[in-house]
Write a protein that binds this ligand. Structure first.
Ligand code: PEP
Ligand code: MN
Length: 265
C-alpha cells in the first residue's frame, strides 16, 4: 500500500500553510465546538484559540446526526462566516465534508476536510477527495478496523492527494459505560504501519466530559501527532455533544497539559 511505511519510510508532513503543520515530531492541538452555531460562538472560540496559541479549530457545519430531527448545522453560510473570522486570526479550519457535492463549494473556506466516522467507507467521497489539493483527515469507522482505516486512506492517497491525516475516535464495542471505546492500541499500530500522521479524538472516544483530559493525555503518550477535542464557551448549551465538550478553562488547562506531556515524551 502507498500509505504503508514499507512504501515510504519518511513520515508524511501535512503542510497547512503559514508554518502550520500536522506531522510526526510536533503536537497538533485542534479544538472547537461539535457544531458551529453562531457568529458570537465562533468569535468566542477563536478568541479562546488565540489566547492559548491553538492554531487549528474544529467545528461542523454539515452535521451527521443519528436523528434527522437533531440540529444539522449552519451549512455553507456558516462555513463562510467562520472562515472570515478564523482566517483573519490566522486559525486553520477543520470541518466535515459529508458528500461529494460539498467538496467544491467548501474548497475556498476549508483547510482540512474531515471525513467522519460514518463516512469512513464512503468510497465515492474518498475518491473525490483524492483529487483535491487540500488536507484530508479520515476518522476511523464506528465499527471500523485499523486495516479498514488504512484502506480508506489508500483511496485518497492513491488518487493523488498525499495531504492525509488519520484519526482514532473510538470504536463501538459491547461496553456501554462510555459512548465509544477509544482504541489507544490503534495509535502505535497505525504509526508503525503507516507514514501518515495520527490524531486522537478523546471527546468522541469516551464521550464523557470529565474523562476527556486523561484520555487526551493517554493519546499523547501513545504516540499521537495531535489531539482534536470539543470545546465550547457554555458546553451545557451546545447544540450537539455538550456532554463531552470542555469549557474554555478546562480546554486551556488541557492544551497546556498536552504540550507538557508531549515535551516529556
Ligand atoms: C464530530 O467530529 O463532531 C463527529 C461527528 O465525529 P465522528 O464522525 O467521529 O462521529
Ligand atoms: Mn461531535
Amino acid at each position: 500500500k502507498l500509505v504503508s511505511k514499507k512504501w515510504k519510510a519518511k513520515p508524511t508532513s501535512v503542510d497547512l500553510g503559514d508554518n502550520i503543520f500536522i506531522k510526526d515530531g510536533e503536537m497538533a492541538v485542534i479544538t472547537g465546538p461539535c457544531s458551529i452555531e453562531s457568529e458570537e460562538q465562533i468569535r468566542a472560540v477563536v478568541a479562546h484559540c488565540i489566547e492559548n496559541d491553538i492554531k487549528m479549530m474544529r467545528g461542523g457545519v454539515f452535521k451527521p446526526r443519528s436523528s434527522p430531527y437533531a440540529f444539522r448545522g449552519l451549512g455553507l453560510e456558516g462555513l463562510k462566516l467562520w472562515h472570515e473570522i478564523a482566517s483573519e486570526a490566522g486559525i486553520k479550519i477543520v470541518t466535515e465534508v459529508m458528500q461529494t457535492s460539498q467538496i467544491e463549494e467548501m474548497y475556498p473556506y476549508v483547510d482540512v476536510y474531515q471525513v467522519g466516522a460514518r463516512n469512513s467507507q464512503n468510497f465515492n467521497l474518498l475518491d473525490e477527495l483524492g483529487k483535491v489539493d487540500k488536507a484530508v483527515m479520515i476518522k476511523r469507522g464506528i465499527s471500523g478496523t485499523i486495516e479498514e482505516l488504512l484502506q480508506s486512506a489508500e483511496y485518497v492517497f492513491s488518487g493523488g492527494n498525499e495531504k492525509l491525516i488519520l484519526c482514532e475516535r473510538g470504536i463501538r464495542t459491547y461496553e456501554r459505560a462510555s459512548r465509544n471505546t477509544l482504541d489507544l492500541n490503534a495509535i502505535p499500530i497505525l504509526k508503525a504501519k503507516s507514514h501518515l500522521p495520527v490524531i486522537v479524538d478523546p471527546s468522541h472516544g469516551i464521550g464523557i466530559r470529565a474523562y476527556v483530559p486523561q484520555m487526551a493525555l493517554a493519546g499523547v503518550m501513545s504516540g499521537a501527532d495531535g489531539i482534536i477535542y470539543e470545546s465550547h464557551e457554555v458546553p451545557e448549551k451546545a447544540y450537539s455533544d455538550g456532554q463531552q465538550t470542555l469549557d474554555f478553562a478546562q480546554s486551556a488547562r488541557l492544551a497546556a497539559w498536552i504540550r507538557e506531556s508531549f515535551a516529556m515524551r
